[in-house]
Design a protein around this ligand. Structure first.
Ligand code: SF4
Ligand code: SF4
Ligand code: FES
Length: 229
């Protein structure tokens, strides 16, 4: 069976404006969108730009917009008719490849490491299992940026709102039972109070890491000083 795919093309050094290119491909039941891109790249157009590494939902590098929804190409089953675009909200480097460097440049400010200001009172150290459950969920994040590309607050004001991925990474420290740092000022500086709770980020997260739930939980626990995470 022949499949058809429309792919957003743009090479900033060569093209004046973005355009859409149409390709056909051999559609087979069970193939992924990444299989389609590899087939086109190998057999028809070696100039097509797209990124991936692990092919196994681990590296987070293959996120694109597929028929209007951000997905991982290595995970998403191909359809006979598809439209592929780069993730929204990022500069395009080439075709489906976006520039992640600006978003990643903020990482040093997030203090994404364990902060301990005291030794544990007991060894082995007791672990709060409820807090640990939150820690496990946000730890699924693979930094694919699908959530960032649909967040209306980030798209409108990226300078004042760090975006759902950054909050998910921060939540990993907040929910780590061993972390002692009070991250209240840091979270407020990241713009945590600007989240409107629309759930768009969580609804597209391929790992079910729960970025919105993490933001709301951190807002109530850290910023409003509830007792338990
Ligand atoms: S819930 Fe918050 S972080 Fe998630 S998409 Fe909506 S505004 Fe952005
Ligand atoms: S929270 Fe989910 S959608 Fe957002 S970057 Fe992490 S894995 Fe991707
Ligand atoms: S190729 Fe690594 S997550 Fe898709």
């Amino acid at each position: 069976m022949t499949g058809h795919v429309l792919i957003h093309r743009f090479h900033p050094q060569k093209d004046a404006v973005p355009y859409t290119q149409s390709y056909t491909f051999r559609y087979e039941e069970g193939m992924s969108v990444l299989n389609v891109l590899n087939q086109i790249h190998e057999e028809q157009d070696p100039t097509l730009g797209y990124s991936y590494c692990c092919k196994a939902v681990k590296c987070g590098l293959c996120g694109v917009i597929i028929n209007g929804k951000p997905c991982l190409t290595c995970e998403q089953p191909a359809l006979p008719e598809m439209t592929l675009e780069p993730l929204h909200g990022f500069p395009v480097l080439k075709d489906l490849i976006v520039d992640r460097s600006e978003y990643e440049a903020r990482r040093p400010d997030l203090r994404l490491y364990l902060e301990r200001n005291a030794d544990p009172a007991y060894q082995p150290e007791p672990i709060d299992m409820l807090r640990f459950d939150w820690f496990k969920r946000v730890s699924r994040c693979i930094e694919c940026y699908c959530c960032v590309s649909v967040c209306p607050v980030y798209q409108k004001n990226p300078q004042e709102f760090a975006g759902p991925c950054a909050f998910t990474l921060e939540a990993r420290q907040v929910f780590d039972p061993r972390d002692n740092l009070n991250r209240k000022i840091l979270l407020k500086d990241m713009g945590i109070n600007q989240c409107i709770g629309c759930k768009k980020c969580s609804s597209v997260c391929p790992m079910d890491a729960g970025p919105m739930e993490a933001i709301l939980k951190m807002r109530s626990v850290v910023c409003n000083n509830e007792d338990n995470a």
